[in-house]
Design a protein around this ligand. Structure first.
Ligand code: FEO
Ligand code: CA
Ligand code: CA
Ligand code: CA
Length: 610
């Protein structure tokens, strides 16, 4: 039974129609402001942004590029409203071709090497203090106390069972415990003990010469993680020209030191970020957390690759309440001790009814049961032939061995705080059912899955620590006129077209909010969507905002008072062939495009979604 008692969704906003404008479009009655843009000085004394005269030193004190996951940590409250807060944002990657005029991917001049250092500094994480504006939304404060840049050169500690393993040792770090920087930080999580989590996703793209690594097991592992592939739109990055560690022929283990969930205490600007090996190594999308029935943290995680897996980590320790030094110290150990599981899904309909068309099987649902298969728990491995540390470093290989279910690019996965179910975005997989690739199964039921889907998972006993679950396909995305789409059975003539669900969050009534990253799989800009998961409006998906041309929509983050929703506008103007001389977007300043975080609010300061 629905815990919101069949209450209506409260979503009454007028949907934003599909468009390809070079602007942010919000519903009528709403407004937005840009909180912080790429290059904005965030540390005291940092220089103003100057597109034509960038330096690595300046970028190290300015907001980074391609803002993705957004977390909001209240600092001071008036009633339910947060007057001041910390906005913590990660910077997934850089678009060299948009950041620099006359960019030469093969260049070796002093200027080219400086550009690479600028890009290193534009990666990572930003912590920014913000304050509420009288007219709605938030603005940045250049706070001496909290503002911080974490970059691809910031020292970080490897912790957990794999820390110090021989595969993590390098010539500059013979202990295998200290890494410089985090890379490709995509989605993340925020913990009930007040820390920020950030997932290192496509870290393979920064390294060269994986094929020249002498040790065969290491070479095979690099291959399983896609080292040596070039990823559009960047292709060859060439970072090894100024940082030898990105050349695996020189430093064969450096690539094993990326691909983790990084924990940061945003309230302590001197905190050394920690790479939590207990959560496994893969192309981490998010790591949103919840608590088990007995008070232990659980993190849900996707490995965003075609035919890779859904994971969860269950801590063996209970969270300590309160914010005192002892509780804080204890809580910073929670993600070093626990069990890592991978998901196996079983359908309940005959396989011949899963024909790849998206047509529902005769029992009326793509659904079934599943189990969380343990891979490793502390020092104990459950995978034959692999030690605990090997499972944590080579997690994909371990999951292959236990027969986990190959999914359609698992992205953000999060527990709904109202109905307790877990929602997983599977962004797309155009290779599903293609020759030489796995065919459809009930949990990934469409061949050539261009527009992705959303799964709804119910943990046994409504306990996030459970090892069994049931599941159901909630949405099959796309243009509702496309017969292969499904919106939980809701009348399709009323829903908005959506492609490639990526980041998710929930509002206070438990409505699901989805950000899309479609690379124009439908001829429309990406954006945010809201959809009720209970009651008569279940499946009634409506577009809430659209982002400027060429951008993907990230976040979303709704403030606890529900008066503001943050959207990270990532890579505006990212289209084939775009350059500073011919930009595909001029958002937000009418000049070169700048990835930015915006706050969206109702003009009358009412509740978001109403
Ligand atoms: Fe960086 Fe899986 O999105
Ligand atoms: Ca079924
Ligand atoms: Ca993502
Ligand atoms: Ca994305």
């Amino acid at each position: 039974p629905a815990r919101n008692g069949g209450r209506r969704s409260g979503l009454t906003f007028e949907p934003v129609p599909p468009n390809d404008l070079d602007d942010m479009i919000v519903p009528s009655g709403y407004d937005y402001n840009v909180v912080v843009r790429w290059g904005d000085p965030i540390l005291p004394g940092a220089p103003e942004f100057d597109f034509e005269n960038q330096t690595a030193e300046a970028q190290s004190r300015q907001f980074g590029y391609n803002c993705d996951y957004v977390a909001f940590f209240p600092l001071s409250r008036r009633g339910r409203e947060s007057e001041r807060a910390l906005l913590v944002v990660n910077h997934e990657y850089t678009n060299s071709e948009l950041m620099f005029r006359d960019f030469d991917p093969e260049g070796t001049s002093q200027e080219d090497l400086e550009r690479i250092q600028i890009e290193l500094m534009a990666h990572g994480i930003s912590v920014v203090e913000i304050r509420r504006r009288r007219q709605g939304g938030y603005e940045m404060v250049r706070s001496r106390r909290y503002n911080r840049r974490i970059t691809a050169q910031t020292p970080m500690e490897l912790t957990g069972p794999a820390a110090g393993h021989p595969w993590l040792r390098t010539s500059t770090d013979p202990e295998g415990r200290t890494v410089l920087g985090c890379l490709n930080n995509c989605a993340g999580g925020h913990t009930p003990w007040g820390t920020y989590l950030s997932g290192e996703e496509n870290f393979n793209q920064y390294f060269v010469n994986a094929g020249m690594v002498e040790d065969r097991a290491k070479r095979e592992s690099y291959e399983r993680y896609g080292f040596g592939e070039t990823l559009p739109p960047f292709g060859y990055r060439g970072w090894e020209r100024t940082e030898e560690r990105f050349d695996l022929a020189e430093e064969p283990n450096e690539g094993f030191r990326f691909g983790y969930v990084v924990e940061v205490d945003p309230f302590d600007p001197d905190f050394t970020p920690r790479k939590r090996t207990a959560l496994g190594r893969f192309k981490h999308e998010g790591a949103e957390t919840t608590l088990s029935r007995d008070g232990r943290p659980v993190a849900y995680m996707g490995d965003d690759e075609r035919f890779d897996y859904i994971y969860k980590f269950v801590s063996s320790r209970k969270m300590a309440k309160g914010n005192g030094p002892r509780a804080r110290k204890h809580n910073l150990t929670l993600l070093d001790h626990g069990t890592l599981y991978v998901a196996r899904f079983s359908g309940d309909s005959p396989q011949q009814e899963i024909d790849g068309s998206g047509e529902l099987p005769s029992d009326g649902a793509f659904d079934g049961t599943g189990e969380w298969v343990p891979l490793v728990s502390g020092e104990k491995s459950f995978v034959p032939g692999m030690s605990a540390a090997e499972v944590l470093i080579n997690t994909r290989v371990a999951a292959d061995k236990v027969g986990a279910t190959k999914m359609d690019r698992p992205e953000d996965i999060e527990r709904n705080p109202v109905n307790g179910r877990v929602y997983a975005a599977l962004t797309n997989n155009t290779r599903r059912g293609a020759p030489g690739n796995p065919g459809p199964d009930e949990a990934n039921p469409r061949t050539d899955n261009k527009h992705g889907h959303v799964l709804e998972i119910s943990e046994e006993g409504d306990d996030p620590a459970a090892t069994r679950f049931t599941w159901k396909v909630f949405l099959l995305c796309g243009d509702p006129d496309d017969s292969s789409t499904y919106f939980a059975g809701f009348d399709k003539s009323q829903v908005s077209p959506i492609s490639s669900p990526d980041n998710v969050t929930f509002d206070e009534r438990g409505n699901l909010w989805i950000a899309s990253d479609s690379a124009r799989a439908l001829p429309q800009n990406d954006g945010f969507f809201a959809v009720p998961v209970e009651g008569p409006e279940r499946g009634y998906l409506r577009q809430f905002l659209t982002v400027p041309f060429g951008a993907e929509a990230c976040g979303p983050r709704i403030t606890p008072d529900e008066r503001t929703i943050f959207c990270a506008v990532q890579h505006p103007g990212e289209v084939d062939g775009a350059s500073p001389d011919d930009p595909a977007s001029r958002w937000p300043d009418g000049e070169q495009p700048r990835p930015s975080v915006v706050s969206v609010f109702r003009q009358d300061r009412g509740r978001i979604g109403s």
